[in-house]
Design a protein around this ligand. Structure first.
Ligand code: G16
Length: 535
């Protein structure tokens, strides 16, 4: 077939380094950008097959999100804006790792297994973040798509959530919004303007795409939100001493931000799909409001509105093992909402959240959103139109309706989440300090440790227990039982070549002792300082 002839020819321009093997990890492929050209070409091929199979537009985002600037990566986006399914993640890994001379065979195997009609058209949306390697890598994606006869729309520089949104808009034929960056700004800003009063916020753009897009969006917000942007991409390095991952892991403010006492601040990550909030008090203490606090704030607000509107919809919060124990206890015991725990990776949280009328999902690192089932949205819309609804119920249900429009339901979105948080704080008349005081986090810390092969660690129970290597979990258990409310786990990262270690305990001192013993268990180098703890 002529199509395969073209794949064969073009693939020679994107050769796979022999022996190199990469895995479709927590959020796609990620590694040093110089190893990725063949992966991009092949993901262009795979996205084209996925598009033909689903008869829908598929997204390909070239980004390594929170990783250092030298890395890059790629994520595939399914028709409704969600992450590609696990089966296709498997195909992605197979296709990425097959040697050059068996590429066509591998491609044909996928076509046969999935019974793909190759005469179907294919449409792929492509986007990239601001990494210098993004331009040539996204050209490799386009090459892959065109060699299988697919059509592309190259959006150029966009945030990851913007591309997810665009894919969903296209496949719902405009029902979710217009598939343009301007359409995204208009949808979110219109909902925001209906909901809130004038606010001021310090935003750390991580020297990434989120900063550029925030600037573009500002006119749409008509001064209702005065954004003071730092790490705005004009000079500093992407994610270097700034951004949501740095702030969350280091538990300190980013460099380059001029924070006044008590001022409300937030940080995006490198592709603007995560957000964390923070402030410094009059004693100079830094206070972090991470994904757990965000989930609590938003779910409390939604629960109140449901009660006021008289709607009987089930609301649940989805977390991961990284969720602070205090947040889980608060949600279950005080707020009485269902809480469930999944493996790390928004793809897992997203699927769990789809099981509820309203699923609020946030990883502690600030990656998350809220999903409303179709039935829940229908009930809300019907109640808005019902002439017999009294004023209090009408107000509540209208707020719910506008909040839905403010949320990017396709994936965690720093810009959308920021607008939701600002709205909730304004409507509930809360300061960032009031929000922080809802519950007190247990002292906690996350470390990255390097080991020779992180894949020797296998986990179970939503990554809360290590199955291998033998003896590791026993060592953790005997350590944890010495301290009150202590909890700890270890898991291999799916985006970096490190092992992540998490510990929390009733006091800062206990938590630090646990981590020091941990380092002995691993007998390896700690990348981040254990002692850079909060005051
Ligand atoms: C990605 C995923 C997140 C995950 C994070 C870290 O975030 O989308 O769900 O929490 O990686 O994953 P791991 O601990 O496996 O390295 P991002 O913002 O980098 O795309």
């Amino acid at each position: 077939m002529a199509q395969f002839e073209e794949v064969s020819q073009k693939s020679k321009l994107h050769p796979k380094p022999e022996g190199l093997a990469l895995q479709y990890g927590t959020a796609g492929f990620r590694t040093d950008a110089k190893h990725l050209d063949h992966i991009m070409f092949r993901m262009g091929l795979l996205a084209t097959l996925r598009s033909k199979k689903t008869k829908s537009t598929i997204g390909v985002m070239v980004t390594a999100s929170h990783n250092p600037e030298e890395d890059n990566g790629v994520k595939l986006i399914d028709p409704m804006g969600e992450m590609v399914t696990a089966v296709w993640e498997g195909y992605a890994t197979q296709l990425a790792n097959t040697e050059q001379d068996s590429l066509l065979k591998e491609l044909k195997d996928i076509i046969e297994k999935e019974d793909i009609d190759m005469s179907e058209p294919a449409s792929i949306y492509v986007g990239k973040d601001t990494r210098p390697s993004g331009a040539s890598l996204s050209r490799a994606v386009l090459d892959g798509v065109s060699s299988l006869g697919g059509k592309t729309h190259d959006y150029g520089l966009v945030t990851t959530p913007q591309l997810h949104y665009m894919v969903c808009c296209c496949n719902t034929h405009g029902c979710y919004g217009s598939p343009t960056v301007e359409g995204y700004y208009q949808k979110l800003s219109q909902a925001f303007l209906q909901l809130t009063q004038n606010k001021r916020l310090l935003v750390d753009g991580a020297n990434g795409i989120g900063a550029l897009k925030m600037r573009e969006m500002e006119p749409f917000l008509r001064s209702k939100l005065q954004v003071v942007l730092s790490n705005d991409s004009s000079s500093g390095k992407l994610n270097h001493m700034c951004g949501a991952d740095y702030v969350k892991v280091q538990q300190k403010a980013p460099q380059g931000m001029n924070m006044g006492v008590g001022e409300c601040c937030c940080s995006f990550d490198g592709d603007a799909d995560r957000i964390v909030y923070y402030y410094t008090d009059s004693k100079g203490c830094f206070h972090l409001l991470d994904g757990d606090k965000i989930a609590t704030l938003i779910s409390t607000y939604l629960k109140e509105l449901l009660t006021q509107a008289g709607l009987n919809l089930q609301i649940a919060v989805v977390q991961t093992a990284y969720a602070n124990g205090s947040s889980t206890r608060y949600l279950e015991d005080v707020m009485k909402v269902a809480v469930c725990c999944t493996k790390t990776g928004v793809k897992h949280l997203h699927h769990a959240a789809q099981e509820y009328d309203i699923g609020v999902y946030f990883e502690a690192n600030g990656h998350g959103t809220v999903l409303f089932s179709k039935a829940a949205q229908k009930q809300i819309q019907e109640l808005v139109k019902d002439p017999n609804t009294n004023d209090e119920r009408k107000r509540a249900v209208k707020l719910l309706e506008s909040t839905i429009n403010l949320i990017n339901q396709t994936v965690g979105d720093a810009i959308s989440d920021m607008l939701v948080i600002e709205t909730v704080l304004a409507i509930r008349g809360m300061s960032v300090q009031d929000w922080h005081a809802i519950y007190t986090d247990l002292p906690n810390r996350q470390l990255k440790v390097t080991v020779s092969d992180r894949r020797v660690i296998d986990t179970t129970d939503a990554e809360r227990r290590a199955v291998t290597p033998e003896g590791l979990q026993d060592a953790i258990d005997s350590l944890v039982k010495k301290y009150k409310t202590a909890r700890s786990f270890v898991r291999p990262s799916g985006t970096e070549d490190v092992v992540r270690v998490y510990a929390e305990a009733d006091t800062q001192v206990h938590m630090i002792i646990m981590l020091i013993i941990y380092l002995n268990i691993f007998n390896c180098k700690c990348i981040f300082s254990v002692f850079m703890c909060r005051k």
